[in-house]
Design a protein around this ligand. Structure first.
Ligand code: GLU
Length: 478
């Protein structure tokens, strides 16, 4: 890793709901950028918009980051040198800074009522002009001061300077805006709370953030932020605006459109390492063929320069593929642990016996529940399942089961390879493809024509149970 302690990247979510793949992708890129450089990753909760606040979501955000392994060195609960990391606890700081801007002539008080602003916008629209604040209050500051003194509600607005705003975005390249197109943004609301724009700039500066990594929906706001950095006389951080994440329907993932809470993927049996891998590939590529990465490898390889500016599409199939690969790479000990939740009530020893059968057959850990059900419980022969199965005649089915009963009865499970051979030859001499003939045994032992490898499954069940199931199936054949 390149040692550059100056990289300080933050994730600054608003607590307006659980994290979905889009929001976690922003967090992951900030975490990777920090870890790649040996820098710091900071969590800050941006909760100044009290109307959108959903109680309890800070805890969900922290739980999600920690489940995924995106550890932060400063943030709520753990604190840090720039405490507090929750914006609603920093209100006095923002007010102070708003006052400084007003004193320096970079911002001004405005007492225009919502009704006046609405009428102003209607007139602008009627004249086919862009709607923006007409700076009425800028020219009457003495009067505005009196109005405020008499108790009139007032906001502080940024006085957007003339000229052009431009920056070299790490992802987007050179970006520029004509300031004439940008409204005089409200910085402090009449309730004394800051808007996002004031709070984000003040905090990113005070918290010494070197890289602002965020969703590209904030690009139009960046000129306002640059104006604030200039007004305060502060150095600007680097900006990396990462593209939106689209769902399989090519619509932007959003809470409103029901994007799934990332924590739910855990319940469904997805591994944090596979999710991190899949999310990293949403807009980033290594530049070579490699697509499967551990989090550690991602930290080594990731750079913001290799993030694509085009929107990325989340493909659930790719997540499934990666999850299967990450599962197959897990150590047996780790799988024994990880499967506890999905094989409820089993002992470690039982799980250890099941893992060799399961490992190659799971897309998610939850598949273990379904695959192992016939081994952990009773098999109920589903009358809707064709038996004998397709492509196998009655006589062959009987021969298969009889041969299996005889072999198992004579201790055949002690040598699984020999047992497999013996039954295969029965299929062969009946002239039936062994894949088809074996379905007879699958249905007998597992209740379904596919699933865990049937000889190993019988070995797990043991002689008595296997024989019992084979005999029941035999009875069904008449
Ligand atoms: N609170 C903003 C959000 O949730 C953060 C934007 C930023 O990172 O500057 O989108």
């Amino acid at each position: 890793l390149v040692a550059d302690a100056r990289v300080r990247a933050r994730f600054a979510p608003s607590p307006t709901g659980a994290l979905h793949f889009g929001s976690v992708r922003t967090a992951l890129f900030a975490w990777l950028a920090a870890r790649h450089a040996g820098g710091d990753f900071i969590l800050r909760i941006e909760d100044t918009d009290q109307e959108r606040y959903i109680p309890g979501t800070e805890a969900l955000i922290i739980e999600t980051l920690s489940w995924l392994g995106l550890d932060f060195g400063e943030g709520p609960e753990i604190g840090g040198p720039h405490d507090p990391y929750i914006q609603s606890l920093r209100i006095a700081t923002y007010r102070d800074h708003a006052d400084r801007l007003v004193a320096g002539g970079h911002a001004y008080w405005c007492t225009c009522t919502p009704a006046r602003l609405a009428a102003m916008r209607d007139e602008q629209r009627a004249r086919s002009e862009p709607t923006r604040y007409d700076r009425r209050c800028l020219t009457r500051q003495a009067e505005v001061a009196e109005e405020r003194a008499s108790g009139m509600a007032a906001v502080v607005r940024l006085r957007m300077p003339d000229g052009v705003s431009e920056w070299d975005d790490i992802v987007r390249g050179h970006v520029s805006f004509a300031n004439a197109d940008i409204d005089d943004q409200v910085l402090l609301k009449s309730d004394g709370f800051p808007t996002y724009h004031l709070a984000v700039v003040v905090d990113d500066h005070l918290m010494r953030i070197s890289h602002v990594i965020r969703s590209d929906e904030w690009i139009p706001s960046t000129p306002k932020h640059l104006a604030l950095y200039a007004a305060f006389g502060w150095e600007t951080p680097r900006f990396a605006h990462v593209p939106a994440v689209l769902g399989p329907d090519h619509q932007k993932l959003s809470k409103r459109r029901g994007a799934r809470n990332v924590l739910e993927y855990g319940e469904l049996g997805y591994l944090p390492s596979a999710i991190v891998n899949a999310i990293a590939l949403l807009g980033w590529s290594s530049g070579d063929e490699q697509e499967v990465f551990t989090p550690q490898e991602l930290c080594e390889r990731f750079t913001l320069e290799r993030v694509n500016a085009a929107a990325a599409v989340f493909d659930p199939k790719r997540l499934d593929d990666l999850n299967g690969i990450h599962i197959r790479r897990m150590s047996t000990d780790d799988l024994v642990e990880a499967l506890e939740y999905h094989l409820l009530g089993t002992s470690k020893e039982t799980r250890r016996l099941l893992i060799p059968m399961l490992r190659e057959r799971m897309v998610t850990l939850a598949d273990a529940t379904r695959l192992c059900a016939p081994l952990l419980g009773e098999v109920r022969l589903d009358p809707s399942i064709e038996f004998p199965p397709k492509k196998v005649d009655q006589a062959t089915a009987v021969a298969m089961i009889d041969a299996c009963i005889a072999a198992v009865d004579q201790g055949g499970l002690d040598d699984q390879a020999a047992l497999l051979e013996r039954i295969r030859s029965v299929a062969e001499s009946a002239g039936v493809k062994s894949r088809d003939a074996f379905r007879v045994l699958y249905v007998a032992i597992l209740g379904t024509p596919a699933g865990l490898p049937v000889i190993e499954a019988m070995a797990f069940l043991g002689k008595e149970k296997s024989l019992q199931r084979l005999r029941e199936a035999r009875a069904r054949l008449g």
